[in-house]
Ligand binder design. Structure first.
Ligand code: ADP
Ligand code: MG
Length: 580
């Protein structure tokens, strides 16, 4: 068989297979070109999920006729003037996007170079390039792509529904808009305006913040905190959601490295590590993070679509992200998600029967002042707030909710959730110090369990031992419990072991690692040792719970990620009664 060189057009179609997975990928390439050309206004149009039409119009610096002809050729780029791959300053550099699109679609580019007297147009159909001709247009470039993949029917078949392709394009535009807060973006879907992100006011101090708000929405802003960090020659900035605000997938985690939108496992992993057990399992934070570092520190030439990157020092990058997010979360650990109180507040307004519950004397405890409680009463209002942000307990409702008064509002605490967190944090602390006091049982208890659960538990006997739970094998289908963690008080061994068996079986065994594992076990244990709802507490007990919460990290939520308390401000209560 004779070896032959592939014709240019086939080479381009092969490249298109890698660069242009779907219409959204073409949109990405075109927007990146516009941004590289310094555009401030980018208008995107699509029809039929991008299949029949996708077009990007910009007001960038444009091209003259000669460059227009070069632009559609493969491996032709204006972006590597020194031909140095270790110093990439632009989004593009491979010089293949336009050639690839032209090879698989009908593409028309109209462009007018800044300061030129007229525009030019060039047409490429399935790789056939026509000569450039004069045309009319203001400064900038329009790339109009029709019938993408018509020349590669195999690819066409793999496109998803119009709805799915459209939402992939929307998401791509959102990502690019986050990557370039200085530019305005508009998206038209099937002739209708679908997105409009005006360029932030130049007077606006923080244009990034304005853009995050446009893309992520007000609700995210209210439930997110700013992250800022600088180390060596790296800077990290962005907004991350509070642990009480989470989603089913990581799709709303946006990473921008040196102006380039990336999807990278290392970064996703760093975020997971940073939130750790603050999020319920299987839930994900929302965030936008910009990372800037010298181009020589990061290799963007890993994949043709340039969405993956490789860091020279990935440990440093990971550490920076983890510690910056952790620091921010720790600062707000006592704050609970605002949406939750807003939602609850909305319910106050809409459910009169809830108000009625407050009028019933039921559950109001008789005052039983303790020394500690007295000291709160006697403090002046100002140090109240400082010393005891969770206020003074006033009542217990429905045997699970503690009502506390603060100087400017009231706080409702879910006693079970709160106590669970406290026990969990203590178990974790004990774990760190290597000392989890165990309480020997007077009479060891035999617990019968399915064989698989027995085996799972016994396989972890040593780890459980570290947590103060001492078990050993007891024939077939049973284990013997000799000691339980002292922190838990009196526990139902049967239930505890059953739940632990489940928790351990659920763990994926890539064992990330003993620590996570033990935390999951500690979390299950904490749930067993907590004051379950339904137990009456006296004033002293309630107040000591509040004081402990104030001193415990992450006490704003239980270890399943639910909030432990919500706060209503006096000002809001006054609004409810139309006093304001
Ligand atoms: P790359 O972006 O990797 O250079 P492309 O095929 O995407 O490769 O583009 C080829 C060249 O065409 C670019 O280097 C640039 O000079 C020019 N070009 C593409 N799009 C635009 C645009 N919107 N405005 C100005 N010039 C553009
Ligand atoms: Mg490009």
């Amino acid at each position: 068989m004779r070896i032959q060189r592939l014709p240019e057009n086939i080479v381009n179609q092969i490249a298109a297979g890698e660069v242009l997975e779907r219409p959204a990928a073409a949109i990405k390439e075109l927007i990146e070109n516009s941004l590289d050309a310094g555009a401030r206004q980018i208008d995107i149009e699509i029809a039929d999920g991008g299949r029949s039409l996708l077009a990007v119009h910009d007001d960038g610096q444009g091209m003259d006729a000669e460059n227009l002809a070069l632009a559609v050729e493969r491996h032709a780029t204006s972006k590597l003037p020194e031909c140095d791959l270790s110093d990439i300053q632009s989004r593009g550099f491979r010089g293949e996007a336009l050639a690839a699109i032209g090879a698989v679609a009908r593409m028309q580019i109209i462009s007018r170079l800044r300061g030129a007297a007229n525009a030019n147009v060039i047409q490429v159909n399935g790789g056939n390039i026509a000569a450039a001709e004069p045309a009319a247009r203001a400064q900038g470039t329009s790339v109009v792509v029709q019938e993408i993949f018509y020349a590669t029917p195999a690819r066409l078949k793999f496109l998803k529904t119009t709805g799915a392709e459209t939402s992939a394009i929307r998401e791509m535009v959102e990502r690019q808009a986050l990557a370039a807060p200085q530019a305005a973006f508009r998206l038209q879907i099937d002739g209708k305006a679908a997105m409009d992100y005006p360029a932030p006011d130049l007077a606006e101090e923080n244009s990034a913040r304005a853009r995050v708000q446009q893309v992520m929405g007000q609700n995210f802003m209210e439930n997110a905190r700013e992250v800022l960090a600088e180390k060596d020659r790296m800077t990290l900035a962005g907004w991350v959601s509070l642990p009480t605000h989470h989603r089913a997938t990581s799709a709303r985690q946006f990473f921008i490295i040196n102006g380039r939108v990336v999807k990278d496992k290392l970064l996703l992993g760093a975020v997971r590590g940073a939130y750790g057990d603050l999020l319920p399992s299987g839930r994900h934070a929302e965030l936008v993070l910009w990372l800037e570092l010298p181009p020589s520190e990061v290799d963007v030439n890993v994949h043709p679509a340039k969405t993956e990157v490789r860091f020279r020092d990935s440990t440093a990058v990971r550490n920076m992200i983890v510690s910056a997010i952790r620091r921010t979360l720790l600062e707000v650990a006592q704050t609970t998600s605002n949406t939750l109180s807003a939602q609850a507040f909305g319910r106050f307004q809409s459910a009169p029967q809830l108000n009625a519950a407050f009028q019933q004397p039921m559950g109001l405890f008789e005052q039983d002042p303790s020394a500690r409680y007295d000291s709160i009463e006697e403090s002046t209002h100002d140090d109240w707030q400082e010393k005891f942000p969770l206020g003074a307990a006033r009542a217990q409702l429905h045997e699970n909710y503690i009502v506390a008064q603060t100087h400017d509002g009231l706080i409702l605490i879910d006693q079970h959730a709160a106590h669970e967190r406290l026990v969990y944090e203590k178990l974790k602390q004990n774990l760190l110090s290597g000392e989890v006091p165990a309480q020997q049982l007077l009479i060891p208890e035999v617990v019968e369990l399915p064989a698989s659960a027995c085996n799972a538990l016994l396989a972890q006997a040593e780890a459980l031992n570290q947590l103060g739970l001492v078990i050993e094998a007891f024939g077939n289908g049973a284990v013997m419990v000799r000691a339980t963690p002292a922190l838990l008080g009196e526990v139902n061994c049967q239930k505890l072991l059953r739940d632990l068996g489940d928790a351990i079986a659920d763990q994926t065994h890539d064992a990330d690692l003993l620590r996570n594992h033990l935390e999951a076990v500690a979390s299950t244990m904490a749930c067993h040792g907590s004051v379950r709802s339904g137990r009456r507490l006296n004033a002293a007990e309630m107040n000591s719970l509040l004081r402990e919460m104030e001193e415990t990290p992450n006490s704003g939520q239980c270890n399943h990620g639910r909030p432990t308390y919500i706060e209503l401000k006096l000002a809001d209560i006054e609004k409810l009664f139309a006093r304001r």
